[in-house]
Design a protein around this ligand. Structure first.
Ligand code: ADQ
Length: 749
């Protein structure tokens, strides 16, 4: 997507909405220098990309004012940026040195960062870190809350601000909140080391949308939710959503990228070629070159890369004097363990240089500072090999920058398979940075690669990056944000915030109250046969049946549900709408037995294919099947979904398959659904009744749809098709009490 197309997209889709970006680091830093105040733009693809968005949309960026002259350059904490050509507001929050040490250097960089990068021996937790993390996240949330109206989209970035969504949501429940997680998310085996795993995940689940770099991290996040919250959090694997305490969060992978065109077009300029000449002259480079560009960061595994280079020279001596590796490493987070890491890197470079230097040539050139982007591009274009060795990395933008600078389709990318970028850049030579032998051999392979193979690989990667650049990344995320936000707007308010409206609406009406069973009247449990009705809820239903018409709606067979509820003279709907007991006799969907043979075949094929997964429960309900996978371990999920989808596709013309809460419902297409059952009751039993329907599952959406404009659809957890929601199944009792109260005649004085 070009910048022009992106501008058009933004104007069309976002023009009327206010965008607030929130990140720990700021896009412009004002610094006090000997020659006065200077503005610095920090290195990194993210800040420049988000800066481009806000330049187009206007809006606000809330970030920590970390520069030595930041306070002097704001009015009321705000400064218009970019300097000289103002387009949006940078609003700074102020942190004390104690807060910075504990929240930023402490909790963010010594707990969450190493943990998410699986560097467990570097995790260092102190209670004061956590206390300050909470405090600073509150400061950020407060600052954001001052800027929002009902239409605002808030886009939060990264691991320093996990609790901000929760603190915002507590005050403004209707806002659209999205969070992009730039770093890896580990599996539960690693994340469980965290002292407050629930708190961090809970904070994030206040978002409407969470973006991860690759699907693998989103899957790990789901695994952690599953392990942390069990049945308290409902995971819809098919739609990748999580409902926790009545709020639904959508998870999605959005691989971040770069401004491809900027790198590509700068690389072909004559002045880039002149810059290359200058570099070669300055460092007296002859022969092949390699490049590494990183923050001086242990997760980028510079030591492993250097060990591989050392071994490469040992094994392939003919490259001595003929291959020079340039390491550009900008110091980062200038505290421990980074200071020691820098020393170790420099010591190893010193050792390798001493070991192999030949008087006129040194194997490694080390540049330990920030390099201007135009110079960086010259280094990329010059280097025969680009090397990325991360032991874990969300994405790694350097890999994409290197590719974007190679319009000559030469140059070989050696890329750690443990970086997110490895999922996308198929033309790279993938290495395991822990396998030093293989790593060294890959350098040799890259340097000896035929030009035609280089061109093929590079062309493939360039297409991938150019078609998926930073603008597409942002457009995709904004599109998802506006989608979730539209869904929120068109629906569903928390019922107990609108009691007066509901009372007014129901006054004087005769009611048909339809209540779904599992997940609504009874809690969701491990297996359906133990989903009992609580005595207190049953007692309420017995009172309610005297004042409203009552229907219990279920996916079970009718006799089954009648037995479980145990109340006479009310309506029961079974098999997701296919059977209706009107109090005296049963009405059955015309098509009830027509597809039974096929249903049996489906069941047998599935049973045979799933014999290695005994936790799957296939419930035969006569006219329909329910395939429960609640008890499946998350690592078995992918295998199950593949088998299920493979089997289901052969029956797609006959059966409608809907996904519920860890269950797939399989039903003949023509069979009555819950919406049809409502229509039947409306016609045959209750033509004048006002219908309230309470449900929690996708199969209830059919009923919601039928009464949308004439009745009151209510969901457990916020569902877009409902008008009101209850936060959890635990609130059903209070809801039934409310309906009873509204319908209980007030005795005359
Ligand atoms: P980082 O780990 O900081 O951020 P990375 O993807 O490695 O990001 O990109 C670093 C950026 O800084 C690149 O744009 C590079 O050009 C620039 N840079 C590095 N050293 C430089 C130097 N010496 N001089 C000038 N510029 C330099 C996190 C995650 C990544 C994820 C990004 C974006 O850790 O996995 O890719 O966010 O989401």
């Amino acid at each position: 997507m070009t910048l022009n197309r992106f501008s058009a997209y933004i104007k069309k889709n976002l023009s009327s909405r206010r965008l607030v970006i929130v990140s720990s680091r700021e896009p412009y830093v004002h610094k006090q220098t000997k020659s006065g105040i200077k503005v610095e733009v920090p290195a990194g693809g993210l800040t420049s990309a988000m800066d481009d968005v806000l330049k187009l949309t206007g809006g606000i960026w809330v970030a920590w004012g970390s520069g030595s002259a930041d306070k002097e350059t704001v009015t009321d904490d705000r400064v218009l940026v970019p300097p000289g050509d103002p387009a949006y507001t940078l609003k700074r929050v102020w942190l004390s040195s104690t807060e910075v040490n504990n929240y930023y250097h402490g909790y963010s960089n010594q707990v969450l960062w190493p943990l998410c990068h699986m560097a467990l021996d570097r995790v260092y937790y102190r209670k004061k870190f956590w206390d300050n993390y909470i405090k600073v996240n509150r400061i950020f949330a407060r600052s954001v809350l001052e800027e929002v109206n009902h239409d605002t989209i808030v886009w939060i970035h990264d691991y320093q601000l996990c609790l901000v969504p929760k603190f915002i949501r507590e005050r403004k429940s209707g806002l659209t909140l999205a969070h992009f997680w730039h770093i890896p998310w580990p599996n539960w085996g690693v994340f469980r080391v965290h002292p407050q795993p629930r708190k961090i995940i809970e904070g994030l689940l206040s978002n409407d949308l969470i973006g991860f770099q690759i699907p693998f991290f989103a899957k790990n996040f789901l695994e952690c939710i599953h392990e942390c919250f069990g049945t308290d959090a409902e995971i819809d694997y098919k739609h990748s959503t999580v409902t926790y305490r009545g709020h639904t969060t959508t998870l999605h992978a959005f691989p971040i990228s770069i401004d491809y065109e900027k790198f590509n077009s700068t690389a072909v300029l004559k002045k880039t070629d002149s810059a290359i000449k200058n570099i070669k002259n300055r460092y007296k480079i002859v022969g092949h070159t390699g490049i590494g560009v990183d923050r001086l960061e242990y997760t980028k595994a510079l030591l492993k890369r250097l060990q591989a280079i050392e071994l490469f020279f040992e094994k392939y001596e003919r490259f001595i004097g003929r291959f020079t590796f340039i390491q550009i490493a900008v110091p980062t987070r200038t505290k421990e363990p980074y200071l020691s890491y820098k020393k170790s890197v420099e010591a190893l470079i010193g050792k390798i240089n001493e070991k192999f230097s030949t008087g006129y040539w040194s194997p490694i050139i080390y540049i330990d500072k920030k390099v201007e982007q135009k110079d960086l591009i010259a280094y990329y274009k010059m280097a025969d090999v680009g090397i990325i060795s991360s032991i874990n990395d969300g994405m790694n933008l350097v890999a994409k920058e290197y590719v974007a600078c190679r319009s000559d389709e030469q140059g070989v990318l050696i890329l750690s398979e443990l970086a997110g970028a490895a999922e996308e850049l198929e033309g790279a030579i993938l290495v395991n940075p822990y396998n030093i032998e293989d790593f060294a051999q890959s350098i040799q392979k890259a340097l000896n690669m035929a030009d035609t193979e280089k061109a093929l690989r590079m062309e493939h990667m360039r297409r991938q990056v150019s078609e998926n650049d930073i603008y597409k990344w942002i457009a995709d995320i904004l599109k998802s944000m506006t989608q979730v936000s539209k869904q929120k707007q068109k629906k569903c308010r928390y019922l107990f915030d609108h009691i007066e409206n509901i009372q007014n609406n129901l006054a004087g009406k005769s009611l048909l109250l339809c209540l779904d069973y599992v997940g609504t009247l009874s809690p969701i449990v491990a297996t359906p046969d133990i989903a009992y009705l609580g005595a207190d809820v049953q007692a309420l239903l017995l009172q309610l049946k005297k004042v409203v018409r009552l229907a219990i709606v279920s996916g079970r067979q009718i006799e089954d549900i009648k037995g479980l509820v145990g109340i006479k003279d009310i309506i029961y709907v079974g098999n997701h709408g296919a059977e209706i007991w009107d109090g005296e006799k049963i009405a059955v969907s015309q098509h009830l037995s027509a597809d039974k043979l096929l249903l049996n075949e489906f069941q047998i094929r599935l049973q045979n294919a799933l014999c290695g997964l005994p936790q799957i429960l296939i419930e035969d309900k006569g006219a329909t099947l329910s395939v429960h996978f609640r008890n499946l371990k998350i690592r078995e999920l992918a295998a199950f979904l593949i088998v299920f989808e493979e089997t289901a596709k052969d029956f797609k013309d006959v059966f409608r398959i809907t996904s519920g809460k860890k269950v797939f419902e399989v039903r003949p297409k023509e069979l009555w659904n819950k919406g049809d059952a409502i229509n039947w009751m409306r016609k045959k039993i209750a033509p004048d009744d006002y219908i309230i329907y309470v449900g929690d599952d996708t199969t209830d959406e059919d009923a919601f749809g039928v009464i949308k404009s004439t009745g009151m659809p209510i969901s457990i957890g916020c569902m877009p098709e409902a008008d009101y929601y209850l936060k959890s199944q635990g609130e059903i009792k209070a809801f039934l009490e409310l309906i009873l109260l509204i319908n209980t005649p007030v005795p005359l004085p």
